[in-house]
Structure formats: C-alpha cells, structure tokens
Design a protein around this ligand. Sequence first.
Ligand SMILES: Nc1ncnc2c1ncn2[C@@H]1O[C@H](COP(=O)(O)OP(=O)(O)O)[C@@H](O)[C@H]1O
Ligand SMILES: [Mg+2]
Length: 187
Amino acid sequence: MTLSHRLINLPEAPGAADNRARMIDSPSLPGASRVFELPDLAATEALAASLAANAEKRDVIALSGGLGAGKTAFARGFIRARPGGQEVAEVPSPTFTLVQVYDLPGAPVWHFDLYRLARPEDAWELGLEEALVDAISLIEWPERLGSLLPETRLDIELSPGAQSEARRAKVTARGSWVARFAGLAHG
Ligand SMILES: Nc1ncnc2c1ncn2[C@@H]1O[C@H](COP(=O)(O)OP(=O)(O)O)[C@@H](O)[C@H]1O
Ligand SMILES: [Mg+2]
C-alpha cells in the first residue's frame, strides 16, 4: 500500500491547538499540515521511510508526543531507510546519551532525545551546531530546545490512535520542507 492511500484529513480535536501551543513555541514560519493515520508499526515505518527518501543535509525533523507515542520507533525506521541504514546494527533510544550519531553516506543522521536536557544551551555541548550545519537532525522532545529549535523544520506530532497499535501523525512542513512535503503527500 502506498502512503497516499493512508492519507486522511481529520477535523481537529477540541483543544488540540492549545496543546500544540504548549508543546512547541508558536513558529513564525507558516506551515502546511497533513494528518496520517498509522494503523500499526509498519505504517509508521513506511511514513518514516518516505520522509527519509526526501531528507537532506541540514534538515531538522522534530518528533513530539508523549512517552510511548512512537518517536523512537519513527527515528529507527527513518535511519534504517537512509542509504547504508540497513547495515546499522542497532538504533538504540538516546534516552541517556541524549544523542546518537549515524555516519551514513549522503548525510550523517544525528538522533537526539532531549528529555533530560536541563537547559536549551546545553545542546551546544552535544554538538547541535554541527548537526544543524552538516547532518540530518531527528529530535525527540524538541520543546526542550526552546528558541534554539530552528524554524525551518518538519514537525511530526505523534499521538495514540483508537487501537493499541494505532498512531496518528500530524506532519507540519515549514520553510524549505513545504514544497518537498507537498509532493510527498500527494504522490
Ligand atoms: N503504529 C505504531 N507506531 C509506532 N510505534 C508503535 C506502533 N504500534 C506499536 N508501537 C510500539 O510502541 C512503542 C513506541 O515506543 P517508542 O518509539 O520508544 O516511543 P517514544 O520514543 O515516543 O517514547 C514501541 O514499542 C513500538 O513497537
Ligand atoms: Mg523515545
């Protein structure tokens, strides 16, 4: 099944906009959003793979949602779908290391989990600048970066679906992602 078959536009749940405003500071760049229904892990991995095929150096993908929402599962699917990603032995959650770097052909992928980041500025010590300039950045708990989170980015907000294996992903493209994501969402 191709990704486009899974596309469904849903009305926004009451209070959803308020929740989002709390999760990530209101960006000044306008965004284009789509909601994807993900009935199982394979669907999450398929979405991650489509985005991986369209990602390039300097891209920032912000993965938000509560514990168990599927942020790490998404990142794992993304990294495995990049060139050379099949050869990566393990994609562990960076819960304690805060960042894992994957030196893949084309572009390195930096996978952050900033849940334990005390202050946004501490991200510089993790190498955030190198990631933003020279790599693809996948960032769990992006709200921890406060105003250091780049405005040009792809926001992926994961939330539980109706069944235990189901998730919903609201994907918002901002800046240079808008045109690329439009092609992907309709293709
Ligand atoms: N549709 C789905 N998408 C993502 N994860 C799923 C899905 N269905 C079940 N899961 C499971 O949910 C868990 C998500 O955990 P994880 O990715 O570590 O969450 P987070 O990083 O958001 O805390 C994993 O055990 C994964 O296998
Ligand atoms: Mg995680």
